[in-house]
Design a protein around this ligand. Structure first.
Ligand SMILES: Cc1ncc(COP(=O)(O)O)c(C=O)c1O
Length: 403
């Protein structure tokens, strides 16, 4: 028995049969979900070229698809640049977007003719002037959506005052500033943060235009932060800000660095329940609710680091993909509430607290967490002797788990 629409998918049925009872957790990959997202991007933001953020998910098949579709790429390190160059991407379509870079990574970018990069400090600008003065620099402004799940502005970005100071310093160093960028935070929820950040880009541009020896600034990079939930509202805010501050014909190249929006829904994570622990619950002594703790063969040291970084709320509620054979599951009137633990012995390895499910879980079940393609497999480690590599089963359709 299974309650998920994928139960009938032959590849999955086959996989579950062949991995047997003790198989590791695995991803179900579905590239149709990526194509859907790219179509939506082109409808909502046709003037903005996406530079996919490789850090979000560097799966080779995904990168090859995106390269074939003509996307650009945002890389954060030498290894990511290598991965993208191996996909035969033009160096022009790569931005080395980390505001703080190790010297050898800068030299690698320079050798490979990757020219676009980012700074948010005078020190980093001077480092570039010393190592690779011909690189084309974007100034990263501080833009913040305080409700974003990951507030990147706590670490990166500069104020308007700092930015305009760097314009003059770059002139003295003979480094070209060619663009302005920002990132309002990952999994943002406030479209006004994009609107305000684009207004600040306009201010920096106006200041630059007032200088006798101005830079040829020709690009605005609106960063990432997009999700399936916010995308239409954020796209609307970007279109309005562009119309208000730049007009229709503005001679700017518009760029973005989406990660999560593109990769999240393309991968679901399927985990096996390896153990259950029931303890009498003082707060719910009646048996109207079934309370228990369950242990699965994954965790924060593999594909669930987001439970810590972004909070447990960011982890989707799992659907039951496959029962262990006992399909007679009586569910108490008020359902079942579980704490879901990861597989290492670390007490921080908790995936979800008080997760309400409409089905009763047993050892040996396979649970499917949908939309787990963003910042999951890229952060996995081998802590406690578990594998850092999670297999992927590709399925052909855009069918969603639970559909
Ligand atoms: C510089 C930069 N660009 C783009 C991204 C991708 O952001 P998101 O996945 O929210 O779209 C990140 C995420 O950390 C980032 O640091």
């Amino acid at each position: 028995m299974g309650v998920c629409g994928w139960t009938a998918c032959p590849r999955l049925v086959d996989h579950l049969r062949t991995v047997g009872e003790n198989g590791p957790s695995f991803f179900v990959g579905n590239l149709a979900a990526v194509v859907e997202k790219l179509d939506e991007w082109n409808t909502q933001l046709p003037f903005v070229k996406p530079f996919y953020a490789v850090k979000c998910n560097d799966n080779k098949t995904l990168l090859a698809l995106l390269a074939g579709k003509g996307l650009g790429f945002d890389c954060a390190s030498q290894k990511e640049m290598q991965q993208i160059l191996q996909c035969a991407v033009d160096p022009e379509d790569i931005i080395f977007a980390s505001p703080q870079k190790a010297e050898n990574h800068i030299l690698y970018a320079h050798e490979q003719r990757i020219q676009k990069t980012v700074v948010d400090s005078e020190e980093e600008l001077r480092k570039l002037a010393r190592l690779a003065p011909s690189m084309k620099v974007f100034l990263r402004l501080q833009a913040d959506d305080p409700t974003a799940r990951v507030r990147l502005s706590k670490k990166y970005g500069m104020s308007f005052q700092e930015a305009i100071k760097l314009l003059a310093i770059a002139r003295d160093l003979s480094v070209s500033i060619v663009g302005i960028c920002f990132h309002v935070g990952s999994a943002a929820s406030n479209p006004a943060a994009y609107f305000d950040a684009i207004a600040m880009c306009r201010q920096v541009l106006d200041f630059n235009n007032s200088l006798a020896s101005r830079h040829a600034i020709t690009a605005i990079d609106v960063g990432g932060g997009f999700t399936a939930a916010n995308f239409r509202r954020v796209a609307q805010a970007i279109r309005s800000a562009k119309a208000k501050y730049f007009g229709e014909v503005n001679g700017m190249q518009w760029m973005a660095e989406p990660g999560r929006f593109i990769a999240s829904e393309a991968f679901s994570l399927v985990c096996r329940v390896t153990g259950i622990r029931s303890r009498p619950n003082a707060s719910s002594p009646s048996n109207k609710v079934h309370n228990a703790e369950i242990f699965v063969n994954d965790g924060i040291y593999q594909n669930f680091l987001n439970a810590l970084v972004e909070g447990e709320k960011s982890i989707p509620t799992p659907v039951l993909l496959h029962c262990n054979g006992n399909s007679d599951r009586s569910v108490p009137r008020d359902g079942c509430v579980y704490t879901i633990w990861g597989q290492t012995c670390c007490s921080a390895d908790k995936i979800k607290t008080a997760c309400s499910l409409c089905y009763r879980v047993e050892e040996g079940d396979w649970l499917c967490f949908p939309s787990m393609g963003a910042y999951t497999q890229v952060t996995a480690s081998g802590f406690n002797g578990f594998s850092a590599v999670t297999p992927i089963i590709w399925i052909p359709s855009a069918q969603r788990p639970g559909a």
